[in-house]
Design a protein around this ligand. Structure first.
Ligand SMILES: [Fe+2]
Length: 242
């Protein structure tokens, strides 16, 4: 389990610079595989590889929409010049939330076993503005197949950055919204993120929520496959008491 993998951090392209600048100025940015120069096959590959009954497990009753499926991973990174050295973190357990007593333990998927995923991590890391990039930290990956309800109440994830990527979507609704942290009643952004698109935001600047899925046509079984990447603070895992 403790084998180090290496991900190349890509060169700065105009799209990467635009994302970094928008994050500095506004705290959020939208992008897409095509704008980033990522081949369209990658989205389908990620969907086929990770959003399966074999990989995904159940949600935790009483915490999240019960009919949603999830798998997660935590990866430790060390930046070495233009590369990230990556290692599976020993635990993926999350702190209890709301009135829970027990920590949250979701089914784990070892993302570093997948060379294409390893390669992709460098691009995700590069989106963070240079002066906010950590040299040693952890990233969380949550693969979520949702059929009905997303998290409809305004909240923060308590992390440095959140990157939402949609791998597949057969639904209406499912609008992701951001509200300024100092004006939580003001809707700043409302977007139906499409397959192959990204929304990245600095978590501490906003509250966020997402509206329920709605069938596009009567009788459809709607779903959305989202990969949520969390750029953790050191206190989330690295320096957290265990
Ligand atoms: Fe969230």
């Amino acid at each position: 389990m403790n084998k180090i993998k290496v991900s190349q951090i890509p060169e700065s392209t105009s799209e990467i610079v635009r994302i970094q600048n928008e994050l500095k100025e506004k705290g959020y940015a939208l992008s897409s595989d095509s704008a980033l120069g990522i081949p369209p096959e990658m989205r389908q590959y990620l969907d086929n590889r990770f959003f399966t009954d074999h990989v995904l497990g159940p949600e935790i009753p009483g915490v999240s929409p019960i009919d949603r499926l999830r798998a997660c991973d935590v990866v430790e990174f060390r930046r070495k010049k233009d590369q990230l050295e990556l290692e599976e973190f020993p635990i993926v357990t999350l702190k209890p939330i709301k009135n829970m007593k027990e920590p949250r333990e979701y089914k784990r998927v070892l993302t570093l076993e997948d060379p294409k995923f390893v390669n992709w991590i460098g691009t995700l890391f590069k989106m963070v503005p240079p002066d906010e990039q950590q040299t040693h930290g952890t990233l969380g990956f949550h693969f979520l197949r949702t059929f009905n309800d997303l998290v409809a109440y305004k909240h923060q994830d308590g992390e440095q950055y959140v990157i939402i990527y949609i791998a597949a979507r057969e639904t209406d609704g499912a609008l992701t919204s951001l509200y300024p942290i100092d004006q939580p009643d003001t809707l700043l952004l409302e977007v139906a993120i499409q397959p192959g698109e990204y929304l990245i935001f600095r978590d501490r600047d906003f509250m966020h929520d997402a509206s329920p899925l709605r069938p596009r046509f009567k009788g459809d079984k709607q779903y959305r496959d989202a990969l949520i990447t969390l750029v953790h603070y050191p206190t989330t895992y690295l320096t957290a008491p265990r």
